[in-house]
Design a protein around this ligand. Structure first.
Ligand SMILES: *Cc1c(COP(=O)(O)O)cnc(C)c1O
Length: 495
C-alpha cells in the first residue's frame, strides 16, 4: 500500500511533540534536565561568576542556529556553557540585589503542567477549570485585601502590566461623561519614590510625561499626606483632573509603605481613584505578624500584587485586583472568533474580557499548588522571616563605623554606603558603584545600587528566608572591606 503523500514528504521525526506516545522520551528529557540543573547547582560557588557582558555575549552569538545539535544531552551541555554555568542564583545567601525571590517547589511542579498542557487562560474553551482556578485565586486575594463581594481582578505578566491596567481603568473612569479633549488635563499623583512603571504607564496611555505629579516623601520615604493634599488641591485650582493617586505599599528601594488611610481619605474627598501598588509589599497580605502594615489597602479602587516577588513564585505571576469588578469592562473587546458578544452566554466565562493580553499563561496554577501544598501562613512566615532578617542585620551592622545606613529597614531592603569618618561624600559616591562592581566581578556577592538625594548608595534586597543574619552581616563586612581596599587605591591614585 502506498503511504499517503504527506507521509512520504515528511522528513522530520514527530517524537519531539508532547504527546502520550512520547511520554517516555519526555521523562528521559526531564531526567537529563534535572541532572544538568543539579550538577550546575552543586558546582555553583556563589551568587554569580562575575562574567562581563562581552564575555557572556561571545559564546551565545557564535552559535549557528541553522545547525541543530540533534539531541537534548548535547544541547544541554552547550546551554550550560553559554549561560547556566555563569548564571545568577537567587537562592544563594550572597545574592542581595534586586527583588528576585528564590522560588518554591510546589510552583515548579505546577510549571510542568502550565507548560505541558499549555492551557491558555483567554477563554473558557481553552482552559476549562483553569478559568475557575484563576478566578478563585483572584477572589481569595481580593478577600485578603478586604474587598467586598463585588471585587474582581486578573492575573498579569507583572507589576508593570498591573499598574498600566489600573491606570487605564482609572483614566476611563475619569473620562466617562467627559469629552476627549479633557484627556490633556488628566493627572496621576504619585510619590517621588513610586515605581517608574507609573511614569511609563502614563506615557503609554497617551497622557504625556508631564501627567505624573510627583509628591514629596517624609524621612522614612513615605508619601507625605500634606503634600498629597496640596497636590490634589493644586490640580483642582489649575483646572486639572486628578484621575488617580498611586500609593506604593513597599517602595522598590526602601520598602516604604505610603500612608494608605490618609490617601484613601483624600481620594474619597476628591473623588479620585486610589491605586495601591503593592508589587513588593503584597506578601504582607499573608504575613502572620505584619499584615497591619497594609491597613487601609481595602479602601483602594485597585491593587497590584506581584506573586513573583514576595510570594516566592517563578516569573511571571502578578495580579491586578479591583474593588468594583465592573470597571474591568473598560478593557473588554468582543471578537467574533473568540468571545463574541452574546449576553445570554454567561455559561462560558472568558477571562480575556478582563485582560490586556489575549493568549495568556496559566500562571495561576503555580500559586494554586503553592497554597494547596504549603498554605498561606507558610508564605507569610517566609515574608516575616526576610523582614526580621533586615531588622536584625541592620541592628548588627549599624555599629560598623565604615557603614552608613540611609534609613532603618521598612520591609526587607537595606540601603547603605561605605563612608568611614573622613571620607568625603564625593568619594563615597565614587566608591559605591566600584564596590558593587568588584563584589560582582569576584563572584563574592551581588548587591544593587540606587540614588538617594542625587547620591549613589548600595542596596541589599533580602528575599531569601534561608539566609541567616550572619550571611548578611558577612555581605556588609565584605562590602566595607572592599571599600577599604578601593579607598586605599583612590588615595594612591590621587597621591
Ligand atoms: C517590581 C515593582 C514593579 C514592577 O513589577 P514587575 O513585575 O517587575 O513588572 C512595580 N512597582 C513596584 C513597587 C515594584 O517593586
Amino acid at each position: 500500500m502506498t503511504p499517503p503523500p504527506h507521509a512520504t514528504q515528511r522528513r522530520s521525526p514527530l517524537t519531539h511533540l508532547f504527546h502520550p506516545d512520547h511520554l517516555d522520551d519526555y521523562r528521559t528529557s526531564l531526567a537529563l534536565g534535572l541532572d544538568a540543573l543539579s550538577d550546575a547547582m552543586r558546582a555553583q560557588r556563589g551568587p554569580a561568576t562575575g562574567v562581563l557582558p562581552a564575555q557572556a555575549a561571545k559564546p551565545v552569538v557564535d552559535v549557528d542556529l541553522d545547525r541543530p545539535l540533534g539531541d537534548a544531552a548535547q544541547a544541554l551541555t552547550e546551554m550550560r556553557r553559554l549561560w547556566l554555568d555563569d548564571t545568577v542564583w537567587f537562592h544563594d545567601p550572597a545574592y542581595a540585589a534586586h527583588l528576585n525571590c528564590p522560588v518554591v517547589v510546589p510552583a515548579l511542579l505546577a510549571e510542568l503542567f502550565v507548560s505541558g498542557v499549555n492551557a491558555s487562560l483567554d477563554t473558557f474553551d481553552q482552559s476549562v477549570g483553569g478559568t475557575f482556578v484563576e478566578r478563585h485565586l483572584v477572589d481569595w486575594t481580593a478577600a485578603r485585601i478586604g474587598f467586598g463581594p463585588g471585587a474582581d481582578g486578573i492575573f498579569t505578566s507583572g507589576g508593570t502590566q498591573s499598574n498600566l491596567q489600573a491606570l487605564l481603568l482609572a483614566r476611563d473612569v475619569a473620562l466617562a461623561g467627559r469629552s476627549a479633549g479633557d484627556a490633556s488635563r488628566l493627572r496621576v499623583i504619585a510619590s517621588a519614590e513610586a515605581h517608574f512603571s507609573v511614569q511609563k504607564a502614563a506615557r503609554l496611555l497617551g497622557l504625556g510625561d508631564h501627567a505624573v505629579v510627583s509628591v514629596a516623601t517624609d524621612a522614612r520615604h513615605r508619601m507625605d499626606p500634606a503634600a498629597l493634599s496640596a497636590a490634589l488641591d493644586g490640580c483642582k485650582s489649575h483646572g486639572l483632573i486628578p484621575m488617580a493617586v498611586v500609593a506604593t505599599a513597599g517602595t522598590t528601594d526602601f520598602g516604604a509603605i505610603d500612608p494608605l488611610e490618609a490617601a484613601a481619605d483624600l481620594c474619597a474627598r476628591h473623588g479620585t481613584w486610589l491605586h495601591v501598588d503593592a508589587a513588593y509589599g503584597g506578601g504582607l497580605l499573608v504575613s502572620p505578624r505584619r499584615r497591619h502594615l497594609l491597613a487601609g489597602i481595602e479602601r483602594a479602587d485597585s491593587v497590584t500584587v506581584d506573586y513573583h516577588k514576595t510570594w516566592f513564585q517563578p516569573v511571571s505571576s502578578s495580579a491586578l485586583l479591583v474593588r468594583h469588578g465592573a470597571h474591568l469592562g473598560h478593557v473588554t473587546w468582543h471578537a467574533d472568533y473568540l468571545n463574541p458578544h452574546d449576553a445570554s452566554d454567561t455559561a462560558h466565562p472568558n477571562q480575556v474580557d478582563k485582560s490586556l493580553q489575549t493568549t495568556r499563561r496559566f500562571d495561576a496554577l503555580k500559586l494554586w499548588l503553592t497554597l494547596r501544598v504549603m498554605g498561606p501562613d507558610t508564605i507569610g512566615d517566609y515574608v516575616d522571616a526576610v523582614c526580621d532578617l533586615a531588622e536584625a542585620t541592620h541592628a548588627r551592622l549599624a555599629d560598623d563605623p565604615r557603614l552608613e545606613f540611609a534609613a532603618a529597614p521598612e520591609l526587607s531592603t537595606l540601603v547603605l554606603r561605605y563612608r568611614p569618618d573622613g571620607l568625603s561624600e564625593d568619594d563615597a559616591d565614587r566608591l559605591a558603584p566600584r564596590i558593587r562592581a568588584t563584589l560582582y566581578e569576584r563572584g563574592a556577592a551581588m548587591v544593587a545600587k540606587t540614588k538617594v538625594d542625587g547620591r549613589c548608595w548600595l542596596k541589599l534586597t533580602l528575599l531569601n528566608p534561608m539566609t541567616t543574619v550572619d550571611d548578611v552581616v558577612g555581605i556588609g563586612t565584605l562590602l566595607a572591606a572592599t571599600g577599604d581596599e578601593l579607598a586605599a587605591e583612590l588615595r594612591e591614585a590621587v597621591a
